[in-house]
Structures are given as C-alpha cells and as structure tokens.
Ligand binder design. Sequence first.
Ligand code: ZN
Ligand code: ZN
Length: 183
Amino acid sequence: MLIEIRELEDHALEFEEQIAPGVIDFGREVRQTAHLASSGRAQLVQEHYGKHHVINDIRLSGRFSTKVELACARCLEPIAREVAKQFDLLYRPLGADAGREELSVTAVEAEVGYYEGSGLLLEDVLREQLLLALPLKAICREDCQGLCSHCGRNLNLEECTCREAVDDPRWSALKEIREKLEP
Ligand SMILES: [Zn+2]
Ligand SMILES: [Zn+2]
C-alpha cells in the first residue's frame, strides 16, 4: 500500500491491512508464517521554511502483529515466534536534511526515516519494523547445544565422538609424554 503525499495533503489516512506471507520479503533468515495484521494512521506534517519552502513529512503511527520462524543461531533449527510492535515514525523526503545541522523538534521526538518520490510504501515500513523487533541472535532454548563444529551434527539430537577425541584424557596423557620427550 502506497501512502501518497498527494492524498495526505487532502486528509489523514487510517489504514487496516492484512498482509499474507510472501508479500513482504524478510530475507532468508526470517519466514512469515501467519497473516501480518497492521493498523494505524498516516498524516502529513509540513515544515515551513520561509514563505515558499515547505517540507512534507509523513508521520506514521500504528501497530502490527504476526508470527515468524527464525533459525536458531546455534543449531539452525526453526524457532516459532510471535512478533508485535507499536511504532510512531516520521518520514522525511530523501535529501531534506542534506547540509542541515539541526532537525526540527518533531523530527527528534519520533524515529526518523526517509521516503523517496511521491510517497511511502507501508510494506517497506513493516519490513523494517518487524526486523527491528526481532533479536539479532535467537536461540531455540537456553541450553541449546548447537552443531558440532567438526562434524556438523545437531548435538541436541545426537551425540558425536569429535569432542571426546579432543578432550579424551588418554590423549592429554599422550601429549604430556610427548612434551617430555621433546628436547
Ligand atoms: Zn538451537
Ligand atoms: Zn562431531
């Protein structure tokens, strides 16, 4: 859904969207598994500079919720998560702040982003907000054993002998002997 400046000049916009999985590309790491429900309001915030210079900002506030699947950072198994977030954002035209030292008060209070051209794609905002709401590294459970760095087996599901070989006391005994033998 494109939130157009032209329309906002007329009136504020209330939206209520249901976005099916697959419509927004969240990248390879995140899979949307349920409809994403979002509602909110977009309105125009005009900044006047002098008599003739006006900057059209878009203030976008609302909320969304959905379900996603992420890969565990240790064992790579999928983790199901519910995500919900509220947002209150200000979008300025790209380039509006070029060479300007200070932002206006409204810009400082809200989170600030930039839009390009005739408006702002709601889907782009939701993608960014959802990714921000997720942890950088999700783990399936506190004590996840992860994958063996030698053989790649999932150590939550099965054991492997790689670690034993490394930690085996017989090997360290051998190592000691070898160290003693070395001149
Ligand atoms: Zn895990
Ligand atoms: Zn192993």
